[in-house]
Design a protein around this ligand. Structure first.
Ligand code: PEP
Length: 247
């Protein structure tokens, strides 16, 4: 039995003081919940503040991105060890917005995953197809390519996969429960055929998850949690999603 894992991706939203305001409201709403893993990934600039406020809480801290070198002349980049020093246990890698706007390839994603894992971070790897690819019946081909490239020479310990169909991110259009489960089943099968330990890997669904659709998604056997963008920005809606994932 895999423990549900609900993660918030705030993207480029919330200043330090907005982060503080959110956590002061949110942490009491989820206090004592220990049957769901809860994670928040704020912008880099809010990590220290979030880490301080979440220190003795049941909420984990993640970053939204990381670089694949440990130090050096890489203006604007952040190393895995810096994230650990700031209090992160996790990092999101390969989000479709990074792939789309910052030209991240599977090779870059793979390098980031490797350094993050060896440095001691846990990784949430994002994969998923575009609408065009789904309509051309290429969803599983795309997932196969992304998994093959991103997970080359990577073991599954400390990896969570987030299946995020691009057409469902920030659009209000959620994949049906069945579409999500089918994609997750494909991913689980791929992991089983190519890696050790596939059964214990958690696969999150991401794409317009809200308080009113989380229960249906979580009822699917292969859906182990959610990566939540828009609905994670308000303490009430994000806490309702966490509570809805408890079954
Ligand atoms: C995301 O950014 O990973 C995401 C799933 O966003 P949203 O929930 O807003 O669709």
């Amino acid at each position: 039995m895999r423990k549900p894992f609900i993660a918030a991706n705030w993207k480029m939203q919330k200043t330090n003081s907005e982060t503080e305001e959110f956590l002061n409201a949110f942490l009491p709403l989820v206090r004592g919940i220990d049957d769901v893993d809860i994670l928040i990934a704020p912008p880099f600039t809010s990590l220290e503040t979030a880490s301080r406020l979440m220190k003795s809480s049941n909420v984990l801290l993640g970053a939204q991105n990381v670089y694949f070198e440990e130090s050096g002349a890489y203006t604007g980049e952040i190393a895995p060890s810096m994230l650990i020093a700031a209090g992160c246990s996790h990092v999101i890698i390969g989000h479709s917005e990074r792939r789309q706007y910052f030209s991240e390839t599977d090779e870059v994603v793979n390098r980031k995953i490797k350094l993050a894992l060896t440095t001691g971070l846990k990784v949430i790897l994002c994969i998923g197809e575009s609408l065009e690819e789904r309509e051309a019946n290429r969803t599983f081909d795309v997932l196969n390519t992304q998994l093959t490239g991103s997970l080359a020479d990577v073991q599954l310990n400390d990896i969570t996969i987030a299946y995020e169909p691009i057409w469902a991110i920030g659009t209000g259009k959620t994949a049906s429960n069945e579409q999500a489960n089918d994609a997750h089943a494909y991913i689980r099968d791929w992991l089983g055929k190519n890696k050790e330990g596939a059964d214990s890997v958690r696969i999150q669904y991401g794409g317009s998850v809200k308080p009113d659709n989380v229960k249906g998604l979580m009822a699917e056997p292969e859906v182990d949690g959610a990566l939540v963008g828009g609905a994670s920005l308000k303490p009430d809606s994000f806490s309702q999603i966490v509570i809805g994932a408890r079954g």
